[in-house]
Design a protein around this ligand. Structure first.
Ligand code: SF4
Ligand code: SF4
Length: 321
């Protein structure tokens, strides 16, 4: 067998940058939560406490309302005035998925971030990455698509444009952020148990929520399949070391394919970072020509998309006020 000439991959990894982006975004979410708490205190005490304006970013935690707004926009071109920040955040996430794959999950999502940290902790305990057998993994993975299908069917097939607008205008939707606040502020025992179980399961099985249950991730996974950016492996220079396979948090057999086409790939670039051979595993565009997208550009790209969409929203938000 012909011996391969190995040129070492000396490129710097991107995981530190990804961790910084995730941390900043998680801190931002926390700050939004704190601001929203003070806003609700102000309302509850009839203005006896210091005034805090409602942080628009809280709309990002209303995925169903945002999904309905997004669908209304697709069908009518109209951006509904209820929770506009939710629409723009949703829009930016979809755009990100169309350009860079399911990158929101591994670069921004605070639940994805926590799942990753919890998964790392689990690996330290068990000294290995546990994976469910295929017969259990496949049906469980379809759960998130069932949840998404149910939601999409209810909105797309059961609601007319008028019904959609009535819902978005309804008092229920207008105060859904406050309802969500009270859900967590007065969290029930059942909800706590469910969160606790998901937490423990995420220690044992990496990304349990994201992999099996998150309908948001399911939607982004579908959009990501349309993205031209895919992880591609150069079969000629690959030395079949299997490091990419081991590093993949989504259990994708990167070392067995030429192009990763998977709804589970979150463009975390772990596989690219660990590949020891230069120009062997890269994120490239499939069309029009195989153009390499550097790791740095992925980071700049996802942050720019998120920032630009939210900047547009902010300007609209200011105008509305
Ligand atoms: S294939 Fe690579 S980029 Fe995709 S999830 Fe796995 S490690 Fe991350
Ligand atoms: S890390 Fe994966 S792509 Fe890179 S040389 Fe090893 S098997 Fe091949």
């Amino acid at each position: 067998m012909e011996k391969k000439k190995i040129i070492r991959n000396d490129e710097k990894g991107i995981q530190k940058t990804r961790f910084i982006v995730q941390s900043i975004f998680a801190a931002l979410c926390l700050w939004i939560g704190v601001e929203f708490y003070f806003f609700n205190q102000y309302l509850e005490t009839n203005g006896a406490t210091a005034f805090y304006s409602r942080p628009p970013g809280v709309d990002g935690f209303l995925p169903i309302s945002s999904f309905m707004s997004f669908y209304l926009f697709l069908t009518t071109g109209e951006v509904h005035s209820a929770h506009p920040a939710g629409f723009f955040i949703f829009f930016s996430i979809v755009l990100m998925s169309l350009v860079f794959g399911k990158s929101f999950c591994s670069w921004f999502c605070p639940i994805g971030f926590i799942s990753e940290l919890v998964g790392d902790f689990g690996e330290k305990i068990f000294k290995r990455r546990l994976k469910l057998p295929k017969w259990l993994d496949y049906p469980l993975r379809s759960l998130k698509y069932l949840l998404l299908g149910f939601l999409a069917y209810s909105v797309i097939f059961l609601m007319s444009e008028l019904a959609l607008k009535s819902f978005l205008d309804s008092p229920y939707n207008q105060v859904s952020d406050v309802k969500m606040y009270y859900f967590f502020a007065n969290i029930s025992q059942t909800a706590l148990i469910v969160i606790g179980v998901l937490f423990v399961l995420s220690i044992v099985i990496r990304n349990f929520w994201c992999r099996f249950l998150c309908p948001y991730g399911a939607l982004l996974g579908i959009f990501s399949l349309l993205s031209p950016a895919k992880i591609q492996r150069n079969e000629k220079s690959c030395i079949d070391c299997g490091l990419c396979n081991k590093a993949c948090p989504s259990f994708i057999k990167v070392d067995k394919v030429k192009t990763v086409i998977s709804d589970e790939c979150s463009t975390c670039l772990n596989c690219v970072d660990v590949c020891p051979v230069k120009d062997t595993l890269e994120l490239k565009t499939l069309l029009p020509q195989k153009k390499r997208i550097s790791k740095k550009n992925v980071a700049i790209g996802v942050v720019s998309i998120f920032y630009s969409c939210n900047r547009i929203c902010n300007d609209n938000w200011q105008l509305e006020k």
